[in-house]
Design a protein around this ligand. Sequence first.
Ligand code: SF4
Length: 308
Amino acid sequence: MNSFRHLFGPVPSRRFGRSLGVDLLPLKTCTLDCPFCEVGLTTQRTLERKEYVSTGAILAELTEWSARNEPADFITLAGSGEPTLHSRFGEILDFVAGQRRVRSALLTNSTLFFLPEVRQAAARADVVKATLSAWDQDSFAAVSRPHPDLRFDRILDGLQRFRDEYSGAIWMEVFIVPGVNSEPDQVQRIAALAQTIRPDRIQLNTTVRPPAERHVQSISPEALTKLAALFTPAGEVIARFSGGIRREAGVHPDSIVAMLQRRPCTAGDVGHAFSLADSESERILNDLIRAGRVRAELREGERYYRGG
Ligand code: SF4
């Protein structure tokens, strides 16, 4: 079994079921440097849009993956940073649409939606999961440590324009960080802005996997549920993934490492993704640790594995 360089998974996603990830960027390239980022600290914080990874190489991998007829619920543009920084991400969404097999999703932090060309390309996705976790420039800086040239009001305006232009589904993610944007009056201000974008779903999230900065805390599910009620439509609390994933093919350790390089997972997550018993996924993960390809870290009593 060949391993892919730009595709990973299908990974168990709390929102997208079986999600085949497409990584358009070198680790870790983003417009923001969120302290809660599960990918790690941003090493290249930039607004420069370019073809960071060869579009042809990605399309070749997607063609090969499609020929295998493996099940997936979504193909998601995500991975090692902000996918809209890739200047040709719209062509990849077009390709997925042309295959007519699996729906596409774009996971974006919304920061480049002030650009018409980004909105046009994003509109080719079936679902756009866009983030809005602040209510003004200061809160935006505190939550996400943005590139200095980013302006919150322009981003909000871009999202509102996108809603007017786009007929697909917008799932708005609000990421709650205790002590930063978790007070009810703060969340109410986010909710008022979210309403102006008329999202199809609103999803509240908090740190579950090990974050870039270890000090970042998560908010309790009870508190998150109370905050979700402040939104219209009411927000959903993104629960920990618990669905079953079936994968019939044999497991190649490279596939597991590829998944763990983009997202820390528990042995149970790995088991779900690759249809392995817990004991088997732990055995493979321990082998990978001994080989220096994976490392383990504890987060709130859970053992997570991260690709090295
Ligand atoms: S959480 Fe998303 S937007 Fe924030 S730094 Fe990580 S990849 Fe970028």
